[in-house]
Design a protein around this ligand. Structure first.
Ligand code: MRU
Length: 355
């Protein structure tokens, strides 16, 4: 079982963030060192770094690196904070749906604000600690989510998954696919069916690669084959990650997720959503209030083909996410436990327990 390369880390001198470029996988492992806010923004936009928790971790490291630059420019006090605030807003604007991005930026800003009056060098040091804490906590959360998720499965089960919610999309293990990696580690056999996940093929390029390397029995299917494998009785559960969970339990995740949930209901298969509490947005009442990113139609028209496959200039609609209504979700699995309907109550209870 090959260990996966680290997807996000600081450069040895702390002046850049090194990422494994996910757009090049699985054929090439290319690492990029990003040192400017523009490069960091573009890496998120272009999905070189992607997956809700991963872009939160990335944003934490980016703000640390950028704060270091401000300090080296000699900025202090209000000037330092104004520039840091602008940089945070810029990074947050790169993708709208996954709440982890703005969550991480806000967490970094709060840490900086808690040190108002301190020299910039001390604030930068504190931001470094905070960024590392975000990553460390994500690892702990993913392990806990994976354990809870695995408790819903039994030896030999077939599980259908969509998009990539594994180690590449997080720090380690993953969320929606964390139970599969944990099962492999524990010697438990599962049969995983991975949707290829059009149009950007995160399932084919990333999930299949990760699971194969982990020694998991994985079968790649096209998105429109899910009904077929469910009908044959090969699927005992569906597990997916999430980009934002609204207060009522509606869930935004990769486009196509809601179709899997609808099929699962038809075939009476449990549909589980797995994600950290940093993906739960209690300020968002329901799925209608989740902003859905729309991406360039070229991703459908021509991206994966030697020659463009669709007629030139044809109109494309390319939403990156959809919302699965809470009525179709059997349970939402977080690092703090398994929430069942009614989600308005069970999700709120997770946070109430924090005090
Ligand atoms: O557009 P992407 O590839 O960033 O979309 C990712 C997903 O939809 C994942 O399922 C989600 O972020 C959870 S990742 C643990």
């Amino acid at each position: 079982m090959a260990e996966l390369p680290e997807n996000i880390r600081l450069s040895p001198d702390g002046t850049g963030v090194v990422i494994l470029d996910q757009t090049q996988l699985p054929r090439r492992q290319v690492f990029l060192t990003l040192g400017t806010a523009e490069e960091m923004y573009q890496a998120i936009r272009a999905l070189q770094v992607r997956g809700a928790p991963a872009i939160g971790i990335f944003a934490g490291y980016c703000l640390y690196v950028l704060a270091g630059q401000l300090e080296r420019e000699g900025l202090e006090g209000a000037d330092f904070f104004a520039r840091l605030d602008r940089l945070g807003k810029f990074l947050s604007s790169a993708r709208p749906t996954a709440v982890n991005l703005s969550w991480a930026v806000e967490r970094m800003s709060r840490r900086a604000a808690s040190m108002a009056g301190a020299p910039a060098a001390d604030i930068v040091r504190a931001l470094g600690e905070e960024a590392r804490a975000i990553r460390r906590e994500d690892e702990e959360m993913c392990l806990s989510i994976s354990r809870y998720g695995l408790s819903l499965l039994k030896e030999g089960d077939g599980v259908l998954t969509h998009c990539n919610a594994g180690p590449l999309a997080t720090s380690r293990y993953g969320t929606g696919q964390g139970p599969f990696h944990l099962a492999a580690q524990l010697g438990m056999k599962l049969r995983v069916y991975a949707d290829e996940t059009r149009p950007l093929l995160q399932g084919a390029r990333l999930t299949a690669w990760e699971l194969q390397r982990a020694g998991v029995d994985v079968t790649l299917i096209c998105d429109n084959m899910a009904s077929m494998v469910m009908k044959q009785g090969w699927i005992q559960a569906c597990m997916v990650g999430c980009d934002r969970v609204a207060a009522n339990g509606d869930v935004a995740n990769k486009i196509g997720t809601s179709a899997v949930a609808i099929l699962a209901r038809h075939y009476r298969i449990p549909f589980y959503v797995l994600g950290p509490t940093s993906t739960v947005d209690l300020g968002c009442p329901d799925g209608d209030h989740i902003p859905i990113e729309e991406r360039d139609g070229e991703e459908i028209r021509s991206l994966w083909y030697r020659e463009p496959m669709a007629p030139e200039g044809v109109t494309c609609y390319n939403p990156a996410f959809d919302v699965t209504p809470h009525q179709l979700i059997t349970a939402i699995v977080t690092e703090k436990g398994i929430c069942r309907p009614p989600y308005t109550r069970s999700l709120a209870a997770l946070f109430a327990a924090e005090g």
